[in-house]
Design a protein around this ligand. Structure first.
Ligand SMILES: Nc1nc2c(c(=O)[nH]1)N[C@H]1C(S)=C(S)[C@@H](COP(=O)(O)OP(=O)(O)OC[C@H]3O[C@@H](n4cnc5c(=O)[nH]c(N)nc54)[C@H](O)[C@@H]3O)O[C@H]1N2
Ligand SMILES: Nc1nc2c(c(=O)[nH]1)N[C@H]1C(S)=C(S)[C@@H](COP(=O)(O)OP(=O)(O)OC[C@H]3O[C@@H](n4cnc5c(=O)[nH]c(N)nc54)[C@H](O)[C@@H]3O)O[C@H]1N2
Ligand code: SF4
Ligand SMILES: [Mo]
Length: 761
C-alpha cells in the first residue's frame, strides 16, 4: 500500500468503533483522521485514535505458537504441533468428563468480533456449553432486566432527546454512543434540553451537566427511586401511556406513592430541590434517553438500578419514539437473549433458568458470571471446570481477585489463550496461539445500538499478517479439522457451488443444511472453507456474514430495502452481503420506520412487563436503608478501575501511549489527603481486604470526600526497550474480592471496594 494513501478502517479502542482514515508506512499506522463517510461516526474521533499504532506495533506482540514447559517457561512450536496438541488436550477432557467442563472466555474485545465469531464451530466440536466474557461483569444485570421487561436490549436517541441521563457514565471520556463529546456538548448548551448526571465524582461529563446528582457511592437506587416517586406524587408521569402499553404498572406506582422522597434523597446525599428539578425536567417531555454504565453496574443494587433506569423512561412513555429509547436490531446481537432463560411463573418470578454446574450461579444470556469462574474451578465437585479457552480477553487481569484467578488457572487441566500479545492470561497458559492483529485481517464488531438506522462496518486489512500469526477463523477451522468433524470431500459440492456465484451457493447451502445437520451446526466453519475461498483475497473470514445477511434480510426485509438494498428473498441477502464487502467505510444495513415498527414490541403480551418480581422484591429492601458494611479498618471507598483520557482496557499495553500527566495516579479529595497526612504527588500504601499496593496520590477536588479512584487497565507487565519487564501503575483486580457482587447476576462491585490509605512517611 502506498504511504500517502488514506485507508478507511475503524478505531478499536472502545465500542464506538469510529470510522477512521489512516496513513500507513512500513507496518505502522502513522496518521489517523476521522472518516466523514462512516455512516455512524461521520468524522468524529476522540483523543485516543491517534495512538492506535501502539496497539498495532506492541513490543510484546506474539509471532509463534508457544507451549509451556514443565518449568513454566515457554517454547516456540510450529502451528501443526500446536493445533494437534491443543485439539488433543481438549478432546481428552470432552471424552473423559464432557465438553461441558470446558469454558470459553472472551469472544472479542472492543474492536474484534468477526474472528471470535468462528469459535462456534470449535465450541460445537468440543461440546462446550459454558461461555463467559466481560459482559458478565457489567451488562448482564441490564440484559436480564431488559429482557424480562422489554424483550430486548435498550439504547437511547441522544441526538434528539430533551433529557439525557448519564447513570454512572462518564461519556465525555468513555463515549459509548456515537459522537459522544459533540452530542453531550450540544445538549449541555441548549437551554431547552437537560443533561442529568449521576456520579459521586465531578467528572468531565458532570461538569457539563445541568443537574449533577453527586450521589454517595452505591446509593443510586435510592436517588432514582426518589425521582420516580416525586414524578408519581406530583402527577408527572404519563398514566394513559402506561395503561395502554404496560402490564404490572399498578404495583410500581403503588410502591412509589408511599416513598418518603426527601428521606430517600437524603440517604443518597441529594437535596430535595435537585430531585424535584430532575423530576420536573423528566415530567416535561416524552423524549428521555438514558445511558447506564459501569458506575452503576459495578456498584451495590446494580441489577435493581438497571430495572429502575427502565422506569425512568417508561413512566414518561419515552419508548419506541424518536428522541426516546428503542430496542436495538443489529446484524448480530452481542447478547444471546433467551439462552437458558426460564419461564416466568404466576408470581412474576423466573423459574427453571440455567445455572452453573458447581455453585448454581444464574446464567444470563448464556454467560457464566465472571466472579463465579474461579469458584467453578477451585473445588472438588465432580462438575468442576477442567479446561478453558480464552480468546481476545485478558481475564487474569480483568476479572475480580486476580490472585484467585491465577490459582484457578493453575488448577485447570488445560488453558489455551488466543491473543495478539503476551498478556497476563497468556503467561498462565499451557498453549498460546498468536492471532493476526485487527489491522492485519478483515475485522468488524457487532456493536450497533443506533436507531432507526442500523449499520455494519467490515474493515479491510491494512497490513499483511505478522509472520507466524493466523486469523482466528483459520485457527478455529484447523481445530475443527483436527477434531475430525468432516471427512475429506464432504464439502466439495459446496465449494464448487461457491465458484459458480452467490446465487448457486445460496441454493446449495440451504439444501445442504436440510440434508446434513452438520452444515448448520458448523456453519461458520463450512462457510469459511467453502464460500471463503471464492471471496476476494483476504476476505475468507467474512464468509459467515453471508448467512447473517440472509437471516437478517429475511427477518427485516422492509427495513433492509428501506436502507437501499434491492431484491427479494435470497437475492436481498446476497445484495446486502455484497454491499458490506464492498463498502470500506461501513454500510447502513437497515432503516426502521419508527411509525410502524412492531419489532420494538417484543414481549409476548405486546406490552412492556413492569412487574418483574425479583426486582420488586429487592426494591422493598431499600426501606432498610442498608449499604454493604463498612468498618474503621477500611474507611474509604475505592473505585477500582476508572476510565481516563488514556485508558483502553488492556488493548494497548505500552504505557508510553499515554499523553496525560500522572496517568496512573490515585485520585483523592484534598481534604482527605490532608486528613491522612498524604501530600499531593506523594506515594502511599493502598490496602483492601484482598491486597495492597503502593500508589502515587493526586489531589482532585472533583472527588467526593471518602472516595478514591484508580485508573482501569494498568499494572500490565510490558517489556522496555531492552526487553526487561516493567509494570506501570496498579492492576485493580489485585485489590478486588470475589464476594463483592450482585446477588442476582454476580456482577462485581469494582466501584465499591472498601479500602484504606496509609502514609509512607
Ligand atoms: N477512555 C476509555 N474509554 C472507554 C474504556 C476505556 O478503557 N477507556 N472502556 C470502555 C468500556 S469496556 C466500558 S464498559 C465503558 C465504561 O464507561 P464508564 O462507565 O463511563 O466508565 P468508568 O470511568 O469506569 O465509570 C464511570 C463513572 O462511575 C462513577 N461511579 C463510581 N461509583 C459510582 C456509584 O456508586 N454510582 C454512580 N452513579 N457512579 C459511580 C465514577 O466516578 C466514574 O466517573 O467505557 C468504554 N470506553
Ligand atoms: N477492577 C475492574 N475490573 C474491570 C473493570 C473495571 O472497571 N474495574 N472493567 C471491566 C470491563 S467493563 C471490561 S469490558 C473488561 C475488559 O477486559 P477484557 O475483556 O479482558 O478485555 P481487554 O482488556 O480489552 O482485552 C482484550 C484482549 O484482546 C487482545 N486482542 C486485541 N486484538 C486482538 C485480536 O485481533 N485477536 C485476539 N485474539 N486478541 C486480540 C488484547 O491483546 C487483549 O489481551 O474489564 C473488566 N474488568
Ligand atoms: S476510542 Fe472510541 S470514541 Fe475514541 S476514536 Fe476510538 S472508537 Fe472513537
Ligand atoms: Mo466494558
Amino acid at each position: 500500500m502506498s504511504a500517502s494513501e488514506l485507508h478507511p478502517t475503524a478505531c478499536n479502542l472502545c465500542y464506538a468503533n469510529c470510522g477512521i482514515l489512516v496513513e500507513v508506512n512500513d507496518g505502522h499506522i502513522v496518521k489517523v483522521r476521522g472518516d466523514k463517510d462512516h455512516p455512524a461516526s461521520r468524522g468524529y474521533l476522540c483523543n485516543k485514535a491517534s495512538r492506535l499504532d501502539y496497539y498495532q506495533q506492541g513490543r510484546d506482540r506474539l509471532s509463534s505458537p508457544l507451549r509451556r514447559r514443565p518449568d513454566g517457561t515457554f517454547e516456540e512450536i510450529d502451528w501443526d504441533t500446536a493445533i494437534t496438541e491443543v485439539a488433543a488436550r481438549f478432546k481428552s477432557i470432552r471424552d473423559t468428563v464432557g465438553g461441558d467442563r470446558i469454558v470459553y472466555y472472551g469472544g472479542g474485545g472492543q474492536g474484534n468480533h468477526l474472528g471470535p465469531f468462528h469459535v462456534s464451530a470449535t465450541q460445537r466440536a468440543l461440546g462446550i456449553r459454558l461461555r463467559s466474557n466481560a459482559l458478565a461483569q457489567e451488562k448482564t444485570g441490564l440484559a436480564w432486566t431488559s429482557q424480562r421487561v422489554l424483550g430486548g436490549y435498550w439504547h437511547g436517541d441522544f441526538e434528539h432527546c430533551d433529557v439525557a441521563l448519564m447513570m454512572g457514565k462518564n461519556a465525555w471520556q468513555t463515549n459509548g454512543f456515537q459522537r459522544a463529546r459533540i452530542v453531550i456538548r450540544e445538549i449541555a448548551k441548549d437551554p431547552n434540553r437537560t443533561l442529568i448526571v449521576f456520579d459521586p465524582r465531578r467528572t468531565e461529563t458532570a461538569e457539563l451537566a445541568d443537574i449533577h446528582l453527586a450521589v454517595k457511592p452505591g446509593t443510586d437506587a435510592w436517588c432514582i427511586t426518589a425521582i420516580l416517586a416525586y414524578m408519581v406524587q406530583h402527577g408527572l408521569i404519563d398514566a394513559a401511556w402506561l395503561d395502554a402499553h404496560t402490564n404490572g404498572y399498578e404495583r410500581v406506582l403503588a410502591f412509589l406513592r408511599d416513598v418518603p422522597v426527601e428521606t430517600y434523597a437524603a440517604f443518597a446525599g441529594i437535596e430535595l430541590t435537585q430531585v424535584a428539578l430532575a423530576a420536573q425536567a423528566l415530567g416535561a417531555t416524552d423524549k428521555v434517553a438514558v445511558y447506564e454504565d459501569v458506575g452503576i453496574e459495578m456498584a451495590p443494587n446494580s441489577t435493581l438500578c438497571s430495572y429502575l433506569n427502565i422506569l425512568l423512561f417508561v413512566l414518561r412513555g419515552s419508548f419506541a419514539i424518536p428522541g426516546g429509547m428503542h430496542l436495538v436490531n443489529p446484524l448480530l446481537s452481542i447478547f444471546s437473549f433467551g439462552t437458558g432463560s426460564g419461564t416466568v411463573n404466576d408470581q412474576g418470578y423466573e423459574e427453571n433458568y440455567r445455572t452453573s454446574p458447581v455453585t448454581g450461579a444464574r446464567i444470563v444470556c448464556g454467560l457464566l458470571p465472571c466472579n463465579s469462574i474461579a469458584e467453578e474451578i477451585l473445588t472438588d465437585h465432580p462438575g468442576r471446570i477442567r479446561g478453558m479457552l480464552v480468546e481476545s480477553g485478558n481475564p487474569a487481569h480483568s476479572v475480580a481477585d486476580s490472585q484467585r484467578f491465577r490459582e484457578a488457572c493453575d488448577a485447570l487441566d488445560t488453558l489455551v489463550v488466543i491473543d495478539v500479545a503476551m498478556t497476563e492470561t497468556a503467561r498462565l497458559a499451557d498453549y498460546v496461539l498468536p492471532a493476526s492483529s485487527q489491522y492485519e485481517k478483515v475485522e468488524a464488531t457487532f456493536f450497533n445500538f443506533e436507531y432507526p438506522d442500523n449499520f455494519f462496518h467490515l474493515r479491510h486489512a491494512l497490513f499483511e499478517p505478522r509472520p507466524g500469526t493466523l486469523p482466528e477463523a483459520e485457527i478455529h477451522a484447523r481445530l475443527v479439522e483436527a477434531l475430525d468433524v468432516f471427512s475429506p470431500g464432504d464439502l466439495d459440492g459446496l465449494k464448487a457451488a461457491a465458484d459458480r456465484g452467490l446465487e448457486h451457493y445460496a441454493e446449495a447451502f440451504f439444501a445442504g443444511m436440510r440434508d446434513d445437520s452438520r452444515i448448520g451446526a458448523y456453519a461458520t466453519y463450512v462457510l469459511y472453507r467453502t464460500l471463503g475461498p471464492a471471496l476476494p483475497e483476504g476476505f475468507a473470514s467474512a464468509a459467515p456474514l453471508w448467512l447473517l445477511c440472509q437471516t437478517y434480510a429475511r427477518e427485516n426485509a422492509d427495513d433492509v430495502r428501506r436502507a437501499g438494498h434491492a431484491g427479494e428473498g435470497l437475492a436481498l441477502g446476497n445484495a446486502l452481503f455484497r454491499t458490506i464487502l464492498a463498502q470500506r467505510s461501513g454500510t447502513v444495513v437497515s432503516r426502521a420506520d419508527p411509525q410502524s415498527d412492531r419489532r420494538q414490541w417484543r414481549m409476548r403480551s405486546g406490552k412492556l412487563e413492569l412487574g418483574m418480581a425479583e426486582m420488586l422484591q429487592e426494591w422493598e429492601t431499600l426501606k432498610d436503608f442498608r449499604l454493604p458494611e463498612r468498618s474503621d479498618r477500611f474507611p474509604l471507598l475505592l473505585v477500582a478501575g476508572e476510565r481516563r483520557l488514556y485508558t483502553a482496557n488492556t488493548a494497548i499495553r505500552d504505557p508510553a501511549w499515554m499523553k496525560a500527566d500522572d496517568p496512573a495516579s490515585l485520585a483523592i479529595h484534598p481534604a482527605d489527603g490532608k486528613a491522612y497526612g498524604i501530600d499531593d504527588a506523594a506515594e502511599a500504601r493502598l490496602v483492601t481486604r484482598r491486597g495492597a499496593a503502593v500508589v502515587v496520590v493526586r489531589y482532585d477536588d472533583g472527588m467526593q470526600q471518602g472516595t478514591i479512584s484508580l485508573p482501569n487497565g494498568l499494572g500490565l507487565s510490558y517489556p522496555d526497550s531492552s526487553g526487561q519487564s516493567i509494570t506501570f501503575g496498579v492492576a485493580p483486580n489485585e485489590l478486588t474480592d470475589l464476594d463483592d457482587r450482585d446477588p442476582w447476576v454476580g456482577t462485581p462491585w469494582h466501584k465499591h471496594v472498601r479500602a484504606r490509605l496509609e502514609s509512607l512517611v
